[in-house]
Design a protein around this ligand. Structure first.
Ligand SMILES: C[S@@+](CC[C@H](N)C(=O)[O-])C[C@H]1O[C@@H](n2cnc3c(N)ncnc32)[C@H](O)[C@@H]1O
Length: 283
């Protein structure tokens, strides 16, 4: 079977076009990348890795998949779909940068399938091979192990780029977006998971986010923004532990804080997320 949308992909070593040759994608300079049996390609260049196993671990990926499948963040996915739908025509290309285990692209595909005759081209990439392997189980799309720092997509090829709870690299995002394309960043607000953070830490701090300034400095134009806030149904202990395991709190909180949080049960939490649209310039 042909690897989907390989015409949009670029070699991470020299930005050459890639062509499919047997079970590999190859560029004219002799770099080649195996298509994994799960149907993704690892396009991480040697310089894109800062550790042997970069990005989220297998355990984090599995915790996030189980937590998201519990439906606790469904309103986030619904709001995302409402924002993205008007940005896309049927031939559009949407890419999820730091896609994790593919929950949000799957939700978008399902919500669009009920309202459209054709769904746009979907590309998800993440630096974690565990995340991408899990994503291939969710839906048929173009899945890549790749870094936000060196995105192996043709310049000016993407209509809409998503960065959800991710690590945006605005210069690289700007390059792969079409002129007039949209970057949609979803970030945690100051009250996100506040009840849990109050249990994890002796005092809760919120550092002012600098992502908007970074985006504007990289040449993006500021678009619409909105905040979504809701309280989840009471979370069972298992879901609390999944939530802890999928967030940076797993590394940041003290042992005592994590023990306190891990014993919580039937505990509702506030979800507060900011949706910020940014546009690339037309010329
Ligand atoms: C907090 S998770 C969010 C995952 C997904 N967007 C979601 O909301 O479910 C952050 C993701 O970014 C990935 N990541 C970290 N650094 C990255 C980089 N430089 N390029 C691409 N992905 C990266 C991690 O492996 C992880 O899957």
């Amino acid at each position: 079977m042909k690897f989907r949308h390989s015409d949009l992909l670029r070699c991470p070593m020299d930005q050459q076009a890639l062509r499919e040759d047997g079970g590999r994608l190859c560029c004219d300079n002799g770099h080649s990348f195996d298509i994994a049996r799960q149907g993704y390609v690892n396009l991480l260049g040697a310089r894109d890795k800062r550790s042997r196993d970069p990005g989220d671990s297998k355990a984090m990926v599995s915790a996030r998949r189980d937590f998201l499948d519990g439906g606790h963040y469904l309103p986030v996915a619904q709001t995302l779909a409402e924002m993205v739908a008007p940005l896309l025509h049927d031939e559009a290309v949407i890419a999820d940068a730091g896609c994790g285990e593919g929950y949000y692209l799957q939700q978008l595909r399902e919500q669009m399938a009920s309202t459209r005759a054709a769904t746009p081209t979907m590309i998800g990439f993440d630096i974690s091979k565990w995340a991408v392997q899990a994503a291939t189980q969710r839906l048929d799309a173009t899945w890549l192990v790749a870094s936000n720092r060196n995105i192996p997509l043709a310049p000016g090829s993407v209509d809409c780029l998503l960065s959800l709870f991710g690590f945006p690299v605005f210069g690289a995002f700007n390059t792969v977006l079409k002129p007039g394309g949209t970057l949609l960043c979803v970030t945690a607000g100051p009250r996100h998971l506040i009840e849990l953070r109050e249990i994890l830490y002796p005092s809760v701090k919120h550092s002012e986010s600098t992502f908007l300034k970074q985006a504007l400095d990289a040449g993006f134009l500021q678009g619409e923004s909105s905040t979504l806030e809701f309280v989840t149904a009471p979370l069972r202990q298992r879901a609390i532990n999944q939530l802890l395991a999928m967030t940076p709190h797993l590394f940041r909180a003290s042992h005592e804080g994590k023990v306190r949080a891990a014993s919580l049960d039937r505990f509702p939490v506030t979800v507060q997320v900011l949706f910020q649209q940014l546009r690339t310039r037309i010329t």
